[in-house]
Design a protein around this ligand. Structure first.
Ligand code: ZN
Length: 227
């Protein structure tokens, strides 16, 4: 383990809807991770459950917190750093040595209740902010980095962030949750992001989609079931 504390939340003896990931320590690191922007293919495909928590996963979590703090974010999903795993991190204080560093592995959401509208932004869509309607409360089940089950009934900002990050893991962005008029407005921004990304690919600054997808497939094969 790499010094990241277990989530200090109460856990309850409920049956988890998924198998516990195994603890492993013999795998090498995961390489240097970087934030990726829309429409990187990692952001647009569903991530897969981890079947092992190895040194590579611990390294990834460490880097994800660093990247999130550098970018001023309060949540970051693994596919935002081009990892195809069902894993996200949260710190509502957005800085190290403050707040609580939460790691949620193979999460599931249930019991959505109420409705709340709040402005959201996304590190994968820098500069774009829009009002998003979501359930006000939701129950989260997941695993901590230590392989302990986590069961939380969430509301407020934590419910908001967790739902935003969970959407990422399903290949969805907050722009997929807008009413029609706002969606039309967002589409213009998405088109611009797409032009910028394709430009970077055509200049060779970013590999082509085939290379990016092959890397995602390989990473899945290393740590996901039936990949
Ligand atoms: Zn986001």
């Amino acid at each position: 383990m790499v010094g990241r504390q277990r989530n200090a939340w109460p856990t309850y003896g409920m049956t988890m809807p998924m198998e516990a990931p195994q603890q492993h320590h013999e795998r090498p690191g995961i390489g240097r991770l970087e934030l990726v922007e829309f429409p990187h293919p990692a952001l647009l495909r569903r991530t897969r459950p981890l079947v092992r928590i190895d040194e590579g996963v611990c390294d990834a979590v460490e880097q994800m917190f660093e990247i999130m703090y550098e970018s001023g974010g309060i949540g970051l999903a693994a596919n935002q750093v081009a990892l195809p795993y069902r894993l996200f991190v949260v710190n509502l204080e957005a800085r190290p040595n403050a707040g609580e560093e939460l790691v949620f592995i193979n999460p599931s959401l249930s019991r959505p209740r109420g409705t709340a509208v709040q402005e959201e932004g996304c590190l994968s869509l820098p500069g774009l902010r829009m009002d998003v309607r979501r359930p006000e409360k939701v129950v989260l089940d997941a695993w901590s980095l230590d392989g302990e089950p986590v069961h939380l009934d969430l509301d407020g900002m934590l419910a908001r962030v967790v739902q935003h990050e969970f959407d990422h893991l399903d290949g969805k962005l907050f722009t997929d949750r807008l009413p029609e008029a706002a969606a039309i407005e967002a589409r213009r921004s998405l088109d611009t992001f797409r032009e910028v990304f394709l430009g970077r690919q055509s200049r060779g600054e970013v590999p082509g989609d085939d290379v990016l997808v092959a890397r995602l497939d390989r990473l899945e094969g290393e740590r996901c079931a039936g990949a």
